[in-house]
Design a protein around this ligand. Sequence first.
Ligand code: APR
Length: 314
Amino acid sequence: MLKERKMGKKVTVVGAGFVGATCARRIIEKDLADVVLIDIIEGLPQGRALDLMESAPIEGYSAQIIGTNDYKDTKNSDIVVVTAGIARKPGMSRDDLLQINAKIIKDVVENIAKFSPNAILIMVTNPLDVMSYLAYKTTKFKSSKVIGMAGVLDSARYRFFIAQALGVTPSLVNAFVLGGHGDSMVPLPRYSTVNGIPITQLLDIKKINQINERTKNGGAEIVGLLKTGSAYYAPSASVVEMVKSILLNENRILPCCVFLKGEYGLKDIYCGIPVRLSKNGVEEIIKIDLTKEELESLKNSSEAVKKNIKKLNI
Ligand code: APR
């Protein structure tokens, strides 16, 4: 158990694997919150947590982390990041993980809802859009409190590839990738800028199309290189940007996977669109102008997600 909250806020990270442990590390290194790391494997979260606490004297953070296999320790968390599940191996699509991860997620979020009924959930487990929908339906939390992490990651990849193509520093590039977290994601060059200059004025269409394609395959490219798992540095950085916006009530506008009730012509579905993230979770769904083709791509992306939701009989 955490003896006392040092940071005032408590974040539980479910899954002490690559993504979960790296999230936990980033959160405590930034002194954002105390962290409870929970996993089904005995010893794994405890070992990772102890190792991280032993880094505190050198790194200089005050936040605490504990590892556990018992959901009681997660009680009254402000935010819960869910990374539990199986990651992709080469040749697997995110959809191949569907049935295995659905079982895991159902069990995990039932436990979370029992001990932290007021938490904001950030879902990471793939296939992301479907797992976010499943978590929302299972917990019956307000939809503003169940948010999937995908758009920040896909946009970060897009931003990096644009920066690389132009030879500029990545943080200068702002970009939006919307839609599902899969092959049908929708990069938006019109809304992508370098210090305010649209990339459509800086790169030719052929190069932009190449970057769009590389972004769509960004996850698979890493899986292909690693061979034994999937990406975790950029995913965890993306989660922590969302955690920070919520804990510090920053109201960042970020592309997140959220429940739609008719916005963008989409209903009863989780889809990646820009939202304002505050201490309440999704404070506002931002409606941006999309062309007919962009709207069509968003719709196609959602159709693919709907098909998978049907397979689960939620
Ligand atoms: N409860 C808690 N933890 C679980 C459960 C469960 N029911 N089932 C599995 N886990 C844990 C595993 O024991 C493992 O430690 O989830 C962890 C997953 O870690 P990794 O295998 O290292 O996978 P990782 O790379 O972290 O990816 C996790 O995030 O990006 C997504 O596609 C990715 O769905 C995958 C998830």
